[in-house]
Write a new protein. Structure first.
Length: 88
């Protein structure tokens, strides 16, 4: 069963990609991470692939926002947000 952690034990800078998932910092398989968005960019658009396989676009994401969704990938196409950190 999936659950939301309250504190992260690991963190890594996200490289946006339309084809590659966010790698696990320990070298294993990324089973999902939550995101911190440092800079919203134009429109605050963040497009992600969730662990459930959903392709979701968040709009109007503000600077300094946490996204409490288990994410595998941040798409480079259509995402205007930057300075994104993955948290496990």
């Amino acid at each position: 069963m999936a659950y939301q952690k309250l504190q992260a034990g690991r963190a890594a800078v996200v490289t946006k990609s339309d084809t590659v998932n966010i790698p696990d910092p320990a070298g294993g398989v990324n089973n999902g991470c939550v995101l911190y968005v440092g800079t919203a960019g134009t429109g605050g658009i963040l497009r992600v692939l969730t662990v459930g396989g959903d392709d979701v676009t968040f709009q109007n994401v503000a600077n300094g926002t946490f996204i409490p969704v288990q994410v595998l990938r941040v798409f480079s196409s259509t995402t205007t947000a930057s300075n994104i950190i993955a948290l496990w």
